[in-house]
Design a protein around this ligand. Sequence first.
Ligand code: G3I
Length: 392
Amino acid sequence: MFNNRLCTRRQAIRLGVTAVSGLGLAIGAKKIYSRQEIQSSDYQQKRTAQDFAVDSQTPLKIRAASKGLIYGAAGNYPALSSDANFKSRFVQECGILVPENELKWYALRPTESSFDFSKGDWLAKFARDNGMLFRGHNLVWNQFMPEWFWKTVNKQNAEKYLTEHITTVAKHYAGQVHSWDVVNEVIDPKHGKPYGLANSPWLDFLGPEYIELAFRATAESDPNALLVFNEAGLKYDTSEHEARRTSVLKLLEHLKSKGTPIHAFGTESHILAHETPFNAKKLRTFLSDLASLGLKILITELDVIDQKLPADIKVRDIAVASHYHDYLSVVLEEKAVMAVLTWGLSDRYTWISQFSPRSDEAPVRPLPFDSDLQPKLAWNALAKAFDNAPKR
Ligand code: G3I
């Protein structure tokens, strides 16, 4: 959802100066919340911790599996290879592992002529050794590409580089991968391109057909993997998200009409806790429309960004749990939903610390387990959602 260079500059700004929020100024470490912000946040809902009480600590993967669902999380090599306590919590709770970064172009491709599978292989073995499924993320993205890519790939050789990458990587992991995010975040109607596609070097060099090409190359390389179209910005009742939902459905209909081997849709679920335009009916309809195309659905990259919530941990944890509860209660009604994946398992390791830090500099609390690896109300909310979900 950002490009590498902008993100680096944005990170530098965040690191250098206290963020000035449109909703309030950061004065020293204390953030003054505007009335509008406090009233708009779910944390004001009259929920209490008791609302998320569960009868046991049965792990999430077991609760999910009892309803025919898969639960797991993103994990990364630095954390899983060095933090024994985190590793055992991950094995206890997760039925599937998706490498956070290790299968992206910048991680796999140190140069235009070489591949480095070492960290991806370590994670695939970790999953296998611990009875977990393993999913690939991602074969095609237009963000965070390695530096050599911008100097090397052009209109003449783009198809060669795209096909070679997909074929080499998908064949390397053939038989080990439950599902691949074949394409990731390829939609942005604001860019005015065909099918609402986002600006991308692949679109510039190959045209809209690059998406069909990617899915066909993956299917030929790993016929057993579930091939997923992973997209963000689809959950809210805003004109932007409505336009994105419309573009996604039109593009998928077009691709499916051509026999493109797309098996599932991943709806990225980074929930902004201070946003409230969540319309259950519209979201439910969108998921039903996806299912009508014969697609399975994965709830991918689920977490709750608490950047603009009050500092009080009790208040924040209730608000975060409320968002997990409200979102999952809606999406799990759709029986085509087959998996729920949080983008991380513990606050100890979350991208949000780096990319969406709080202006009061308090540690963020977006995930089911806190930084001491203890379950939070967010864990309870996930547990209750699986317990209440219809069986698949
Ligand atoms: O490992 C290096 C470290 O050696 C170096 O000191 C440091 C300097 O900043 O960078 C570290 O690499 C960072 C890497 O995360 C590991 O922390 C990269 O700069 C940073 O760009 C990378 O960010 C990842 C981001 O995707 C871009 O690949 C996040 O961890 C990851 O959570 C995020 O995940 C994306 C999904 O792939 C797609 N959907 C959105 C989601 C959240 O942004």
